[in-house]
Design a protein around this ligand. Structure first.
Ligand SMILES: [Zn+2]
Length: 202
């Protein structure tokens, strides 16, 4: 009597071989700790940080050989019925992904965001916060990232139409056009220790 075979897409296989080749689906992966929803930093092939995804998605990308493990969480692992896998913390895409980053729009909201809602003169984070022209507009100061900073009302009034040097008010940081990584950091909130080198924080 002929073996019972199943024809699928032109391939012949029987129940036995199908069983032999079956792999535990990813959905059965059970991390000991933390959860599969834990955040994983995704690096482009160039090691540039591009986004954050869930550990579940990171594992899927790794299983599909679309990403490789760069950093893992040493205290955790992912278990399937057959194997243990390292729990990802940072992964890197195997192919370079071209990402057309939208230019971050110059706006009051984004200036405050760039400066972490902190007055660049006195350091307060108490609202109301305003946008100050470092070189006042009346003195030819332009509306650009390099000339706009977050300032509290008190400092803005104190500085008036003077330059920081004239007012003897030092800026906490030199204002620059923000990079998407900076906003990514803010989006992420708490930064995992293993992410720091990849977010240019060391
Ligand atoms: Zn201030």
């Amino acid at each position: 009597m002929a073996r019972r075979v199943i024809r699928k897409g032109g391939t012949v296989f029987d129940a036995k071989s199908a069983r032999m080749h079956s792999v535990a689906p990813l959905t059965t992966a059970r991390p000991s700790h933390p959860a599969v929803s834990a955040k994983v930093l995704v690096l482009n092939q160039s090691y540039e940080p591009i986004s954050v995804c869930s550990a579940k998605k990171a594992l899927l990308l790794m299983f599909l050989a679309k990403a490789e493990l760069i950093e893992q969480r040493p205290e955790a692992s992912v278990r399937t019925p057959r194997q243990h896998y390292p729990f990802p913390s940072v992964i890197r895409l195997c192919a370079y992904l071209r990402i057309p980053y939208k230019k971050i729009e110059l706006s009051r909201k984004n200036i405050l965001r760039r400066d972490n809602h902190r007055c660049q003169y006195c350091g307060t984070t108490s609202p109301p916060l305003t946008v100050d022209h470092v070189i006042p507009r009346s003195r030819g100061g332009a509306d650009q990232w390099e000339n706009l900073v977050c300032a509290c009302v008190h400092c803005n009034n104190k500085k008036g139409s003077r330059t920081p040097e004239e007012a003897n008010m030092r800026l906490a940081t030199i204002p620059r056009r923000p990079h998407h990584v900076q906003f990514l950091k803010q989006f992420v909130g708490r930064v995992d220790e293993t992410w720091r080198p990849y977010l240019f924080m060391d």
